[in-house]
Design a protein around this ligand. Structure first.
Ligand SMILES: [Zn+2]
Length: 305
């Protein structure tokens, strides 16, 4: 405050006597991390190699909010690499003031990941010779179930990829969420199912690799809190094994790194674990997974993040 007053006085005398003022140097921003090229950027837990450094946290260890850290939803992740706009955006009409209802605190960007044309992201063929688990179908079904309930509750939401017959569309998915106009702050939830290392694409992974994990952008306190809430409800509703909440210090998931909002990525069971894949194809389990996401969203709508 004092610095600002001194600056104002300096500017005033400079204006009077024609002197020049030097503005206060702006503090140096921490260097931005150059992202890995899209084609090698991991998209989800199934692309994590065994030698990757992963930080595993307990979902109930909520990071302590810093003073003044409880309001902004934008600019929270200043270290996310974002291309600087090349031209100044045209001034827009001021948006009407938001009229939040108890049910509308955020706009929920629901990302269903992968498409029908995405290679891999499917289970080995089951013993009947035809049945196969496709991740795109699972992700879309879960997001559809979530959206249906949010619709009924009047919670603002947006399905990032309504199309089915599409490839991964990784960059586009994030761009759609980032450019979606909203008077509400946005949050991003990417829904996935996991795959464990297996001998080959047609081999089932070992039975002991199973369960649920939720990823957040490494270093984001709000992301960690959000991940903890999702993980808590996913465990409660599904009874599946707790693989905790996770983040990667290096080579973070593309959608977490590039989405300009707090984001999480849920990995709901392993589709190349034969037993778990069967469970994930069950209507009741799918509903539980969707209900868990909705319960997490409801809690965050209620209390904020
Ligand atoms: Zn996935």
């Amino acid at each position: 405050m004092l610095a600002k007053i001194l600056q104002a006085i300096k500017s005033f005398f400079a204006a009077l006597f024609g002197g020049s003022t030097k503005s206060e140097p702006t503090p140096a921003r921490p260097p931005k991390t150059k992202p890995a090229p899209i084609d090698i950027a991991p998209q989800d837990g199934s692309e994590i190699t065994p030698d990757t450094i992963i930080v595993v946290a307990n979902e109930m260890d909520f990071p302590k909010a810093q003073p003044g850290d409880n309001t902004p939803d934008k600019d929270f992740d200043d270290d996310i690499f974002v291309e600087e706009p090349t031209e100044t955006p045209k001034a827009e009409e001021p948006a009407p003031p938001p009229t939040p209802t108890p049910h509308q605190r955020y706009l929920w960007c629901l990302d269903n990941g992968h498409g029908k044309k995405t290679k891999g992201k499917r289970s080995p063929v089951f013993d009947d010779g035809t049945t196969q688990f496709f991740e795109y179908e699972f992700n879309r079904d879960i997001v559809g179930r979530i959206a249906k309930q949010l619709e009924a509750k009047g919670v603002a939401h947006f399905i990032v990829v309504p199309e089915e017959d599409i490839d991964d569309f990784l960059e586009g998915r994030v761009n759609r969420a980032n450019s979606k106009k909203s008077t509400l702050p946005k949050l991003f939830v990417s829904v996935h199912s996991n795959a464990a290392p297996a001998a080959n694409a047609n081999a089932w992974a070992p039975d002991n690799v199973s369960g649920i994990e939720t990823w957040f952008y490494h270093g984001s306190k709000r992301g960690q809190k959000m991940a903890g809430i999702f993980q808590k409800f996913l465990l409660e509703k599904t009874g599946l094994k707790n693989r905790h909440i996770k983040s990667k210090p290096d080579g973070q998931f593309y959608v977490l790194r590039k989405s300009a909002m707090t984001s999480v990525l849920t990995e709901n069971g392993f589709y190349n674990n034969k037993k778990e894949a069967l469970a994930l194809m069950d209507d009741k389990m799918r509903q539980k997974i969707a209900d868990a996401h909705v319960a997490a969203i409801a809690e965050i709508e209620e209390n904020g993040l």
